[in-house]
Design a protein around this ligand. Structure first.
Ligand code: B12
Ligand code: SF4
Length: 529
C-alpha cells in the first residue's frame, strides 16, 4: 500500500482533480491524504509563495504521516510553488509525481522537478502506477512519463490514457478527515469550518463538473491544445443520472449546500435530450438554485426556459471581444454579436443575471477593436457584471505560438506569474481609459458610457475615467465581500438583479423576444474549416 499526499495550489480548497484521484486511489487500497495550499492568484505586484512555516509544516507532515508519494496538480502559474514544494519532498527522498494542465503541456520542464509526470488523464492508471511503485514493477504506464523518457515519443506512440467512461469515475472525495491546509503559520488539519472559510460563498454552492472539454477551441484557451491533440473525441459528458447522484450524495454530507455551481466550459454541449433528462432529475431530486457558464451559440429560448424554471440564477458568458476581426481572425472564435445580444435579452427576460468576461491587453488589438467591444457593452440589457482579464498566452495554445513567432511574448501578461490579471502598467496594451470604461460599464448610465466611448481621447473623458473606476471599485468591494463571506447576500443580490432586469425589460415593452434558432451543435472542427 502506498501512502500518498496529494497537493493542490488553487485559490480555495476545491481541487477537483486531486479529489477524484483521492477517491480512486483510496478505492484501490492506498492511503491518501490531501493538502490544500490555497493562495490568491498572483499578479505582477503580488506573489503568494508558501511561507517558510508552511514549507516546514509540509516537511513535518511527510514524516508524521510517513508519506511515500507526493502528487501535485499544477497549473502554469503554480509552477514556481510546485518546484519549491517538490524540492522539499525530494530532499526527503519521497517519490514526486506531477499532473494537471501544466505538466500535460510542458512535461520536460516539469520532469526536472519530479520523478514522473502525468500528461493526460489518470483515472484508469493511477492505481496501477501506485501498485507498480509499491511492488517495484514497470511504471511505464499510459499517461505517465518517467525521468529520462521523451514525452513527445510517449505521446506519439499513443501511450496515453483518456477517460471516456466518465460515469465510471468515482465521485470526488469530500471527506475532511484526511485533509490539511496551509494556514500561513503552519499546515493544519482541516475542519468543516475551515473548508467553508476557504471556499467562496462559504462552500455553499457545490461545484459540479458534468463534462470535459469545450465545443469551441479558442486560440488562447487550453481547449485549443486538447482539440489539436485529440480532436472532437476529447468532448465527453457524464450521464444526467450520474451527475444527479453526485449532488444527492454530497447534500447528505454537506447540509450547508444551498446551490450548485456548474463548472463546465461548455454546459450546453450536446443534445436537448441530455438537457431534458438532467433538468427533469435535477428538479425532482435536487431542486436548488444553480449557476453555470454558457455559450450563446448553443443557447435558445427553449433551453433557457427549461433551465430558468429549474432554478438557473446566474450565468457566466465569454464575450471576450466585440470585434469580429479579432474574434474570427485571431481568436478563431466564431461568435456573432447579434446572436450574443439576442441571448443577452433572453437571459434578462428569464430573470437570469449575467457576468460577461472580456479580454484586454491583447497585442493584436487596435483601439477600434476595443471600441467595438464597448459598443456591445452599451447594447446589453442591464444589470450585468463585467470581468476584464488580461489576455495571457498559455504555452500549448496557438495564440502562444503566434506571439512567440511575432516576438511579442515579453509584452504580454505572463502565464507563469500573473495569469489573466496583469497589473504592471507597462504591460497594459489596452489604453487605460478604454480599459476603465469596459470595467466600469455596468455601473454607469448607458448614455454616459456612449459619450465617453465617442470622445475617449478627450481630456474630459480621461479625467472622468479614473473617477468612474473608483465608483466601480466601491461597488465591487461590496459585491466581493458578500460573495466571499455571506451566501445570503449573494442570493439576495442575484434575486434583486434578476427582478430589476425583468422590470426594465417590461418597462421597455420588449418582452417576448423572437424565437432564436439554435445553431446546430456542430463540431469545432467543422466551424474552423
Ligand atoms: C475546475 C477549474 C478550475 C477550478 C479548480 C482549479 C483546480 N485546481 O483544478 C477553479 C475555479 C479554482 C479554477 C480557477 C482558475 N483557473 Co481553472 N479550470 C478548471 C477547469 C474548467 C477544469 C479542471 C478540472 O478539474 N477538471 C476535472 C479533473 C478531474 O480533470 P483534470 O484537471 O484534467 O485532471 C486530470 C489529469 O490532468 C490528471 N491530473 C491532474 N492533476 C494530477 C495530479 C497527479 C499527481 C496525477 C498523477 C494526475 C493528475 O488526472 C486528472 C484525472 O484524469 C479547467 C479546464 C480544463 N479543460 O481543464 C480550467 C483551467 C485549469 N483553469 C485555468 C485557469 C487559467 C484558471 C484561473 C487562473 C482563471 C482565473 N480566472 O483566475 C484560476 C486560477 C485560480 C487559482 N489561483 O488557483 C486554465 C489553466 C491554464 C494553465 N495552463 O494553467 C484552464 C485549463 C482553463 C482553460 N481553458 O484554459 N479553475
Ligand atoms: S469557449 Fe471558453 S472554454 Fe471554450 S474554448 Fe473558448 S475560451 Fe475556452
Amino acid at each position: 500500500m502506498a501512502n500518498v499526499l496529494l497537493v493542490c495550489f488553487d485559490n480555495q480548497a476545491y481541487g477537483p482533480s486531486i479529489r477524484v484521484l483521492s477517491a480512486i486511489a483510496g478505492g484501490g487500497g492506498h492511503q491518501v491524504w490531501m493538502l490544500f495550499l490555497h493562495k490568491p492568484t498572483p499578479t505582477y505586484i503580488s506573489r503568494y509563495p508558501e511561507t517558510p512555516a508552511e514549507l516546514a509544516g509540509f516537511e513535518r507532515l511527510l514524516d508524521e504521516l510517513d508519506i511515500g508519494v507526493v502528487g501535485l496538480t499544477v497549473m502554469t502559474h503554480e509552477f514556481a510553488r510546485a518546484v519549491e514544494v517538490s524540492k522539499r519532498a525530494r530532499k526527503k527522498e519521497r517519490h514526486v509525481l506531477w499532473g494537471g494542465i501544466h505538466p500535460t503541456v510542458r512535461p520536460l520542464e516539469c520532469l526536472e522537478h519530479a520523478d514522473a509526470v502525468c500528461i493526460a488523464d489518470a483515472e484508469g492508471v493511477f492505481v496501477p502506477y501506485l501498485d507498480a511503485l509499491d511492488a517495484g514493477g514497470d511504471r511505464r504506464l499510459p499517461s505517465f512519463v518517467l525521468r529520462g523518457e521523451d514525452p513527445e515519443e510517449v505521446r506519439r506512440s499513443g501511450r496515453i490514457y483518456i477517460e471516456y467512461e466518465l460515469d465510471s469515475v468515482p465521485f470526488p472525495d469530500y471527506e475532511v478527515e484526511h485533509c490539511f491546509f496551509g494556514a500561513g503559520h503552519d499546515v493544519l488539519p482541516m475542519t468543516w469550518d475551515d473548508y467553508k472559510r476557504l471556499n467562496t460563498w462559504e462552500g455553499s454552492y457545490y461545484r459540479l463538473l458534468t463534462s470535459r472539454g469545450c465545443m469551441y477551441h479558442c486560440s488562447y484557451c487550453m481547449n485549443n491544445f486538447f482539440w489539436r491533440c485529440y480532436g472532437e473525441s476529447y468532448l465527453r459528458r457524464r450521464s444526467p443520472g450520474n451527475c444527479i447522484e453526485e449532488l444527492v450524495q454530497v447534500r447528505e454530507k454537506m447540509p450547508f449546500i444551498r446551490g450548485v455551481n456548474i463548472q463546465d466550459d461548455s454546459f450546453f454541449m450536446g443534445s436537448d435530450e441530455w438537457l431534458d433528462e438532467f433538468i427533469g432529475l435535477y428538479k425532482a431530486r435536487v431542486n436548488l438554485p444553480f449557476v453555470c457558464r454558457l455559450i450563446p451559440k448553443y443557447t435558445d429560448r427553449r433551453r433557457l426556459a427549461l433551465l430558468a424554471d429549474a432554478g438557473l440564477l446566474h450565468v457566466e458568458v465569454g464575450l471576450q471581444t466585440g470585434s469580429r476581426r479579432m474574434a474570427h481572425a485571431v481568436f478563431e472564435r466564431f461568435q456573432e454579436n447579434e446572436n450574443f445580444l439576442e441571448v443577452d435579452a433572453l437571459l434578462s427576460e428569464y430573470g437570469v443575471t449575467k457576468t460577461y468576461d472580456t479580454l484586454v491587453d491583447n497585442v493584436y488589438e487596435t483601439p477600434e477593436d476595443i471600441l467595438a467591444t464597448i459598443d456591445v457593452l452599451t447594447a446589453l440589457k442591464r444589470p450585468f457584471y463585467i470581468g476584464a482579464y488580461s489576455l495571457t498566452p498559455f504555452p500549448g495554445t496557438e495564440y502562444y505560438d503566434k506571439v512567440v513567432a511575432d516576438g511579442l511574448l515579453e509584452k504580454m501578461a505572463d502565464a507563469y506569474n500573473s495569469p489573466l490579471y496583469a497589473t504592471d502598467p507597462d504591460q497594459y496594451y489596452t489604453p487605460k481609459t478604454l480599459r476603465r470604461l469596459i470595467e466600469a460599464s455596468p455601473y454607469i448610465p448607458t448614455r454616459v458610457l456612449r459619450y465617453c466611448r465617442n470622445r475617449w481621447r478627450s481630456n474630459l473623458v480621461r479625467w472622468l475615467a479614473p473617477r468612474l473606476m473608483s465608483w466601480r471599485n466601491l461597488v465591487m468591494r461590496v459585491i466581493n465581500w458578500g460573495r466571499n463571506s455571506a451566501p445570503w447576500f449573494l442570493q439576495l443580490g442575484l434575486k434583486w438583479a434578476s427582478f430589476w432586469g425583468r422590470l426594465r425589460l417590461r418597462r421597455a415593452g420588449k418582452s417576448g423576444m423572437p424565437e432564436l434558432a439554435l445553431k446546430q451543435p456542430v463540431s469545432g472542427r467543422e466551424e474552423r474549416e
